[in-house]
Ligand binder design. Structure first.
Ligand code: UN1
Length: 479
């Protein structure tokens, strides 16, 4: 066992508050990874005041200053990716390879936005009136509140904070209650890299902290990733006081497998998209929509691979699938397996309880065949290592089923047909489409986001991030 970390908030460049709330290791719940403080509206007030006071200095600094801090933090994080990745895996439960990989991704995000800080630009146009010029500028907005989820406990705080900071804003982060230590590691590294005090603040705590951020009159914008229910409240709160808002919520992402697909490839794509990272990705493939001619072979081959997945302690190098993050998440998976079975689904792999030597929140990866698009299992997000298959007769039916849910984040197709692949890219009702690739696993230098109930507001990441984190000013001038 490793020593418990004593966590604190970061307010105005200082560590504040003592740890009282246990953050457990989901692979072995006897281990307390960290003791976290429980913040509330008072800490949010102080953090927002610090961020407001720091705004003019940071917004007015040379972009080189902002770029250098992000670049240095990226270098430090990359150097420490094994240690930070290990902390992430201990706290969140994804495998060590996944934890280190996510940490490296966060480091690259910091470096990408170090470059973007220097590339921020506007446009220069001729006015419709002769002799008049029009220019657009992108300017920093103010204080941003970032409410981040536990499933990517370092990459998502990085992909929200890095553009906010790169473009001259100041920040208050509320990390997910299950993963405060991983988020704190990022905030500590940014300070070590030279971030001035008050520019980035961290307030750890439950929903009260998030609510205080959403309702704070001096928070100019809120970026949230999490569940649809909480997201709706964030949007309503932000809209009520005309703050900017950006929401990334759930998915019920389809993966279509057509008859002409290479079987092995389709099975591996489904295995990755549905089960890796314990299925706890909003981009996970949870509905496998399979054409008649390949259906039985696909289901049999995938069931065999799912049954063979090695579930275990996240730090064990043999583990392919770590535990769920919490008891509640584990129980949600089992509840939906029961619901699917009672609706007529056939469990072809997994479905049982797992007993490991150490007490942890393990879930048996589960594949449910013969399901119908109308069933709850095909409409509600499970957020665990559970996928269902739906049999369809042709591409048009597959597309209709794929589009027939409330969500629209990522959608994939496995096919060798250029015609169907191109048609799918245009007609899939999703923010991201994947051809012969898993629905999960995205790049950081291109826009990320969905449609319908999955997302709301401007896109995250890549060149699109500037739309949310800057104010466009239009300036007219005559000579
Ligand atoms: C990915 O699939 O690489 O919370 C990223 C989530 C998403 C990120 C997915 N916002 O799962």
């Amino acid at each position: 066992m490793t020593a418990t970390i004593e966590l604190s908030h970061w307010i105005n460049g200082e560590r504040r508050g003592a740890g009282t709330v246990e953050s457990l290791n989901p692979s072995d719940t006897r281990e307390v990874v960290a003791l976290a403080p429980e913040g509330g509206a008072a800490e949010v007030d102080e953090a927002v005041a610090a961020a407001s006071a720091a705004f003019d200095g940071w917004a007015g600094a040379s972009p080189e200053v902002r770029s250098d801090v992000l670049d240095r933090a990226g270098t430090l994080l990359m150097e420490r990716r094994e240690a930070v990745g290990r902390l992430l895996s201990r706290e969140e439960g994804k495998t060590l390879a996944e934890g280190i990989g996510e940490t490296a991704r966060a480091a690259r995000i910091l470096k990408y936005f170090a470059g973007e800080a220097l590339r921020l630009h506007g446009q220069n146009l001729a006015s419709t009136r002769p002799g008049v010029e029009v220019q657009t500028y992108r300017q920093p907005v103010g204080v941003f509140g970032l409410i981040t989820p536990w499933n990517f406990p370092i990459a998502i705080p990085a992909w929200k904070a890095a553009p906010a900071l790169a473009f001259g804003n100041t920040v208050v982060i509320k990390p997910a209650s299950h993963t405060p230590a991983t988020a704190e590691a990022l905030v500590a590294i940014l300070h070590e890299a030279g971030l001035p005090k008050g520019v980035l603040n961290l307030v750890i705590g439950g929903g009260r902290v998030g609510q205080a951020i959403v309702d704070h009159k001096d928070v100019a914008g809120v970026s949230f990733t999490g569940s649809q229910g909480v997201g709706a409240g964030v949007a309503a709160g932000a809209a009520a006081r005309q703050a900017r808002v950006q929401l990334e919520m759930g998915g019920k992402n389809p993966l279509i497998v057509l008859d002409d697909a290479d079987l092995d490839r389709a099975v591996n794509i489904a295995l990755d998209g549905s089960f890796f990272a314990t299925g706890q990705r909003c981009t996970a493939s949870s509905r496998l929509i399979v054409q008649d001619g390949i259906h039985d072979r696909f289901v049999a081959a995938l069931a065999e691979k799912v049954a063979a997945l090695r579930v275990g302690n996240a730090l064990d190098p043999d583990t392919q699938v770590g535990p769920a993050v919490s008891e509640a998440q584990r129980e949600t998976s089992y509840r939906y397996i029961d619901i699917a079975a009672s609706e007529g689904g056939r469990v072809v792999a997994g479905g049982g309880r797992l007993n490991r030597q150490a007490p942890g929140w393990y879930v048996e990866p589960t594949l449910i065949a013969d399901t119908d698009p109308a069933m709850r299992i095909n409409n509600e997000e499970v957020f665990g290592p559970v996928a269902s298959t739906i049999r369809v007769k042709d591409y048009e039916e597959a597309l209709a089923v794929a589009n027939g849910v409330e969500f629209g984040l990522s959608a994939g197709i496995v096919t060798q047909s250029l015609k169907h692949a191109r048609d799918f890219q245009r007609r899939a009702k999703a923010g991201m489409t994947m051809v012969n690739l898993a629905t999960a696993g995205v790049d950081y230098h291109v826009p990320f986001g969905g449609t319908k109930a999955s997302s709301y507001g401007p896109r995250e990441q890549g060149f699109a991030a500037a739309d949310f984190f800057t104010l466009t000013k239009t300036s007219y001038s005559a000579g």
